[in-house]
Design a protein around this ligand. Structure first.
Ligand code: NDP
Length: 433
């Protein structure tokens, strides 16, 4: 804490992992003796840079850019870029740290990293977003590469922003290197199912947890928070598998649609018009908008928090439990506070942490990297099946690790342990570097 003051999210993420791996360290003291922990918590490299750009009125704006290259023991750094006004070094490091274990869990040969900027894309014109992305890449390009560091999207960074950044990389370097970013458009090096993968993956993970207890998604009521990339495709997959998704939200409030979310309307508003979630209630008969409300007060069987960190606190967890929630699968990164996680774990709720449940996105990014490297293109159903298999493997690895260390059913411990063992073994084998 003295070395990293004012980094509460980073401390929260590290604390959770270290707490989980205590029993592993007792059985495997070589991890401590060889300084694996000290190396693991310290990023290999942190890059902070200036991002100047002109707004539409001709005024100079300056944002701060980040890339935290956390750990490359298992492969090139891999993790998204986040454009949101709350971005700071604490958020970057928490996300990068989580990414190490998540990526290890996918079994795909990718290290952990994260980046972004405190730039707020809301309310910016198309031209402003393009100029910002170009300026951001005019520095980032020198730090990335298909064997070094392969960024992707996250909050505020979708296909549009990846496109502008890819264009700038190509211009500066005079190289069309598909493998330097993932989340690209299908026509120019992108992979089928990458857009859908995080949301779909979270639902597949929920399905796996239910299957252990002989249950499935059929007829279940689902609350999803957020209305971005993860939320939209969690809603789509839950609906396809027979559940009824009834909520979505953004930072202004949430909507409830007891008839089940109309996905084409939601996508029209969020993906095409880039509008606010209130629009959904304005256009959909029977749906209502609760301004500033807490989406977790909606009675549901399954909750998939898919907006941002610490969006679900202890009171919300207790409300969900009192209303009979059965499964919580985190689509976002660290959306539940530690107290909320504790409340779920003290109840009968099946709880899946983000680093397991939302790993489908980065796993599919790794599939995109494979396709780029081999100049192949896989079709949608083949790619979706691979995603489904990967989520089942992540579920099983987490489930088995929890059992091995005497905490059956604890997916938090299981995911942390299974991810930690993979990366720690690689670090041990590669020595102190
Ligand atoms: P998007 O930018 O597409 O959507 C984010 C959504 O969350 C928006 O509806 C946004 O509302 C809402 N939101 C963001 N910040 C806040 C906040 N502080 N308070 C309330 N609502 C908020 O992002 P993604 O869907 O890509 O990411 C969502 C989460 O999933 C993040 O935690 C991300 O790290 C995680 N994730 C994403 C992956 C991916 O593949 N995209 C992969 C793995 C994890 P508003 O517009 O009002 O800000």
């Amino acid at each position: 804490r003295t070395l990293n003051p004012d980094e509460p999210e980073f401390h929260q993420a590290v604390h959770e992992v270290l707490h989980s791996i205590g029993p592993v360290l007792e059985r495997r003291p070589e991890y401590i003796e060889n300084g694996v922990l000290e190396q693991l918590v310290e990023p290999e490299r942190q890059i902070i840079f200036r991002v100047p750009w002109m707004d539409d009125s001709g005024k100079l704006q300056v944002n701060r850019g980040y890339r935290v290259q956390y750990n490359s023991a298992l492969g090139p750094y891999k993790g998204g870029l986040r454009f949101h006004p709350t971005v700071n070094i604490s958020i970057m490091k928490f996300l990068g740290f989580e990414q190490i274990f998540k990526n290890a869990l996918t079994g795909q040969g990718i290290g952990g990293g994260k980046g972004g900027s405190n730039f707020d894309p809301h309310g910016k014109s198309e031209a402003e977003v393009m100029r910002f992305c170009q300026s951001f890449m005019s520095e980032l390009y020198r730090h990335i590469g298909e064997s070094t560091d392969v960024p992707a999207g996250d909050i505020g960074v979708g296909g549009r922003e990846i496109g502008y950044m890819f264009g700038m990389y190509r211009k500066i370097t005079n190289r069309h290197e598909s493998g330097i970013l993932t989340g690209k458009g299908i026509g120019w090096g992108g992979a089928q199912v990458r857009t859908e993968a995080t949301g779909y993956g979270a639902v597949f993970f929920a399905q796996e947890m239910l299957a252990v207890h002989g249950e499935n998604l059929e007829g279940k009521r689902v609350a999803v928070s957020g209305s971005g990339n993860v939320a939209i495709y969690a809603i789509e997959k839950a609906t396809q598998l027979g559940a009824r998704a009834v909520t979505a939200s953004d930072s202004s409030g949430y909507i409830v649609d007891d008839a089940g979310i109309d996905l084409s309307l939601l996508r029209q508003i969020k993906e095409v018009e880039r509008g606010r979630i209130v629009e959904y209630a304005n256009r959909r008969p029977g749906a209502r908008f609760i301004e500033g409300g807490n989406v977790w007060e909606t009675p549901v069987d399954i909750a998939i928090p898919s907006a941002t960190q610490n969006e679900l606190n202890e009171d919300s967890a207790r409300m969900l439990i009192a209303n009979g929630v059965r499964v919580v699968a985190e689509g976002a990164n660290m959306p539940s506070t530690p107290e909320a996680v504790g409340a779920f774990q003290d109840s009968e709720v099946l709880f899946a942490p983000g680093k397991a449940a939302n790993a489908g996105g980065v796993a599919t990014s790794a599939l995109e990297m494979s396709q780029n490297a081999s100049r192949q293109r896989w079709n949608f159903s083949n790619s979706e099946q691979k995603l489904r298999d990967i989520m089942a493997d992540i579920h099983d690895a987490s489930f088995r690790a929890a059992e091995r260390y005497g905490t059956p059913g604890d997916y938090v411990a299981g995911a942390n342990i299974a991810g930690f063992e993979r990366v720690a073994d690689a670090m041990l084998a590669q020595g102190v570097i």
